[in-house]
Design a protein around this ligand. Sequence first.
Ligand code: DSN
Length: 445
Amino acid sequence: MMKALKTTDPQIYQLVKKEEKRQKYGLEMIPSENYTSEAVMTVMGSVLTNKYSEGYPRKRYYGGNEFIDQVESLAQERAKKLFGVPHANVQPYSGSPANFAVYVGVCEPGDTIMGLNLTDGGHLTHGWKSSITSQFYKSVPYHVKADGRVDMDEVRQLAKKHKPKLIWAGATCYPFKYEYKEYAEIADSVGAYFAADIAHVAGLIVAGVHPSPAKYAHIITSTTHKTLRGPRGGIIMVTQKGLDKDPELGNKIDIALFPGMQGGPHDHQTGAIAVALGEALRPSFKRYGQQVVNNSYALAEALKENGFKLVGNGSENHLSLIDLTPIFGPGGGYFVEYALGVAGITVNKQTIPQEPSSPYFPSGLRIGSPALTTRGMKEAHMKRIAKWARSAVGEIEDYRMPMDKEGRNEYLKEFKIKTAKNKTLIKISKEIENFCSKFPVPGIK
Ligand code: DSN
């Protein structure tokens, strides 16, 4: 396949090759990223991409779907088995459309909804002010406490006061386990739907190292490309509890997604999701999930030993959130993301609870273990990485984020030019390159 690309489009071919090299010789530590298997990538690049299949298995608006029907049914069945639910829709293009379909399925425009505030680690689609979800629905955000955990007392009080139609659990950056049982009690007490967005922890749930919301939530949404290690995509599941509340819930959500929001499903994606779910059903996936958590714990401890402050002082899942304010004051995430990038460690800047700066110039850093665990790295490797991270940060720790916009652009330009040439960071990147060459990446020779 790559041979054909090289001849047809050498420019894109070269860029794919460069990205392969970046993925192979760097440390990929963005907690929402992973390396999918060669089998998954094979289906993604297969003829399934040529087909139109609007509708659902055996109820299509196009002919020629006898094999696609089987592919999609297999994906649905595997999702149901993996998460212990009676209904699964595997057509969402990704996590955001999956979440939007939940709104369309259970809410009317103007209804009140609740989700974790974005700068406390929540997701855009759970009602953040710049997401369309807060324009169509009345968003009442809840927060985390000083210890970094969701303030369940606040969730209870807000739910009692605002009587939401829908309550979300789930986050983009949350290092702890979710209190699904407590969410359910609160949602039930006000008659709300409880939706658990498990995008980040889906693979951990499958592995049995994170609690499952299947008994407590009415609806579960997820992406398929994070800890679940599939292709980019989304799933919406309705639990038995959801069907008991409304026997038509599965149907309502299916209709909300198609024809409500999406057109033809991406069949190559559906096929690849089926393969990934099949992989996740194997015992080896349980070992993978356990190692993700072990590695994240080891990394958290090592980061602390190297002088980093963690929100909540640790990690119970696949990620840690570093509070950089003791080193940089507000806005340090920007500097550290860039410097670690030069050193060969890919991470992403992140807001911290009670963020003193802004989402684009935040004061924290999100760092996780799923992708490195796929490459076979273990606890001892995490310790080594924490040391590299500390040395890299030491090179830039005198920078301070200017708060005035005009001064800031010039300052950051200077910072980037100097940091890109920093000899210590370049030396670390060579060491990391050498280190990474010992750990294979699926699909890259
Ligand atoms: N962008 C995803 C993440 O990185 O967590 C959330 O949508």
